[in-house]
Design a protein around this ligand. Structure first.
Ligand SMILES: Cc1ncc(COP(=O)(O)O)c(C=O)c1O
Length: 450
C-alpha cells in the first residue's frame, strides 16, 4: 500500500496484523474478519454491505442507536467552537452544567460528579475516593475493598482487583491491589434458572458480607463495590432484597457502598439509574457508556455530598484531590452527553426502555426449550441466554451461534457460552421480537457437537 491508501485503507485490501484487538480472539478473527463500516439507527452495516441489528446497543453503550442527528450536530458544533479545554485549574461551562444535570437525574442534586473517560477509570476513581475519604476522616485503617465474584469493573488495576472474572485476573496477580476480598456471586441455576426479572431465591447471599466483616473487622474495610446487575458476566440479576440487605450491612458498619452503574446508568433498567429501580441508594455511583451514547469516551463518578465535602478541609488554594485525566470533562464528550440527555428526555427513551422490557422478557423466555439453552435471564431491557458448552471447548458454542445469528442479520454479544441481548431504546417491538426469532434460528442451526 502506498502512503495515501495507508491513510484510507479499503476493507478488501486491509492488513489486519497491527491492531492487537481488545478482548478478541485475534487469530480466529483475522482468519475470518468481521468488519463494520457504518452505523445508523439500530443497525450496523458490515463491509460486505449487509445490515445487522445491533442487539447489544454497541457494547451496552448506544441506547439512542447510532448517529442520532441531535448528537451528531452537537459534536460538530462543539468541535468548531471549543475542541479542547484543560480541566486542571480551568473549566468550561458545559461541563459544570452536565455535572448538575447528572446529579439531578440521579435524584441527588447536591452531589458531585467527577468526570473521567471510561468505565475502568470511573471504577478506579471511585475506589480512590472511598479510601481517601476514610483517611481524611481519621479512619486510615479502612483500606480494604470488597468486590464480588463474576463482577466486571473494567481493566484498571483497581477494577481487576475488585472484579471477579478469573480470566481477567489470573495473569496479573502480582499487580493486584492488596486487601481485597469478594462476596459470592448470586447465580445458582438449580434455584433460579429461567427466572423472569429478580429471582426469588438468594437474598441471604448478602449475609456473606457479615462473614467478611467478621473476618477482617469493619475498621479495615473502606467500601463494597458491586454492579447492581452484573452485566458483562451475562446479566446476573440480583435476587429480590439482596441489594437492600447489602446496603443495610454497609450502613451498619460504616462501609461505603459503590454501585458500578457503567451498564445500568442512563436507562438500561427503565429508570435513570439502577439505584432507583431497586430502591437502594449507593454512596458512590460510577457511570460511562450510555451517558453520551458512546459517541466520545466519557465516564464519571457521582459522589455523595458529604463524602466530597470531606476533601474540602485544607487551604482553599490547595488541590483537594490529586487525581484526574487530561480528558476529564472533554468538551466533545460533554456536548455529546447534553445532546444524548436531551434526546432521552424529548423522545422519552428511558420510559420506552421500560415499556420494551416486558416485550423482551416474553420474547427471550420463549427460547426456553430451544437447543443448547440452559438458562434465560432478564431485567429491564437486558437479557442473557446461557448455552450448554461443547464438551472440552468452552466458548466455542456461543461463537457458532453468534456466527449463525450474524448471517441472519442479528449481532448479539457473546462471551464465554453466554449470549447477551440489550437492544437500543429506540427499537420497535417488532425489532425486539425479530431479534429473538433470529437468535432462535441461529440456535437451531448450530450443531449439538463439533
Ligand atoms: C460495570 C462495568 N464497569 C466498568 C466497565 C469498564 O468500562 P470501560 O470498558 O469503559 O473501561 C464496564 C464495561 O463493560 C462495566 O460493564
Amino acid at each position: 500500500m502506498n502512503a495515501v491508501t495507508d491513510l484510507h485503507p479499503d476493507s478488501q485490501n486491509l492488513d489486519l496484523r497491527n491492531w492487537w484487538m481488545p478482548f478478541t480472539h485475534n487469530r480466529y478473527f483475522k482468519a475470518k474478519p468481521r468488519l463494520i463500516t457504518k452505523a445508523k439507527g439500530a443497525y450496523y452495516e458490515l463491509a460486505d454491505g449487509r445490515r445487522v441489528f445491533d442487539c447489544l446497543s454497541g457494547l451496552w453503550c448506544s441506547p439512542l442507536g447510532h448517529s442520532h442527528p441531535t448528537v451528531v450536530k452537537a459534536v460538530q458544533t462543539q468541535v468548531e467552537t471549543l475542541d479542547f479545554s484543560p480541566s486542571f485549574q480551568m473549566g468550561h461551562p458545559a461541563a459544570f452544567a452536565l455535572a448538575s444535570r447528572i446529579a439531578a437525574l440521579a435524584g441527588r442534586p447536591n452531589d458531585s460528579v467527577f468526570f473521567v473517560n471510561s468505565g475502568s477509570e470511573a471504577v478506579d476513581t471511585a475506589l480512590k475516593i472511598a479510601v481517601a475519604y476514610h483517611r481524611l476522616r481519621g479512619d486510615a485503617a479502612r483500606t480494604r475493598i470488597i468486590g464480588r465474584e463474576r463482577g466486571y469493573h473494567g481493566v484498571g488495576l483497581g477494577g481487576i482487583s475488585v472484579g471477579g472474572i478469573v480470566a481477567n485476573r489470573k495473569m496479573f496477580a502480582p499487580l493486584m491491589v492488596p486487601g481485597v476480598d469478594h462476596l459470592p456471586h448470586t447465580w445458582n441455576p438449580a434455584q433460579m434458572a429461567f427466572s423472569k426479572g429478580e429471582p426469588d431465591w438468594g437474598a441471604h447471599l448478602a449475609e456473606d458480607l457479615e462473614r467478611i466483616v467478621a473476618l477482617h473487622d469493619a475498621s479495615t474495610i473502606a467500601a463494597v463495590i458491586v454492579e447492581p446487575m452484573q452485566g458483562s458476566t451475562g446479566v446476573i440479576v440480583p435476587p429480590k432484597g439482596y441489594l437492600k440487605r447489602l446496603r443495610e450491612i454497609c450502613t451498619k458498619h460504616g462501609i461505603l457502598l459503590i454501585f458500578d452503574e457503567v451498564i445500568t446508568g442512563f436507562g438500561r433498567l427503565g429508570t435513570p439509574f439502577a439505584g432507583s429501580y431497586f430502591g437502594v441508594e449507593a454512596d458512590l455511583n460510577t457511570f460511562a457508556k450510555a451517558v453520551n451514547n458512546a459517541t466520545v469516551p466519557l465516564g464519571g463518578v457521582i459522589v455523595r455530598e458529604d463524602i466530597q465535602q470531606a476533601f474540602m478541609s485544607g487551604p482553599a488554594h490547595a488541590i483537594e484531590f490529586f487525581h484526574g485525566y487530561t480528558y476529564s470533562g472533554h468538551p466533545l464528550a460533554v456536548a455529546a452527553a447534553h445532546a444524548t440527555l436531551d434526546v432521552m428526555r424529548d423522545e422519552k427513551l428511558i420510559e420506552r426502555a421500560a415499556a420494551l422490557a416486558p416485550v423482551l422478557e416474553k420474547a427471550v423466555h420463549s427460547l426456553q426449550g430451544e437447543p443448547h439453552v440452559t438458562d434465560v435471564r432478564n431485567i429491564g431491557l437486558a437479557s442473557a441466554i446461557e448455552l450448554a458448552p461443547y464438551a472440552g471447548q468452552p466458548g466455542l458454542k456461543a461463537i457458532k451461534v453468534f456466527e449463525n445469528a450474524l448471517n441472519d442479520g442479528q449481532m448479539p454479544r457473546f462471551s464465554g457460552d453466554i449470549l447477551a441481548l440489550a437492544p437500543p431504546f429506540i427499537s420497535t417491538e417488532t425489532q425486539v421480537t425479530d431479534m429473538v426469532e433470529g437468535i432462535r434460528r441461529a440456535l437451531r442451526a448450530t450443531p449439538a457437537t463439533v
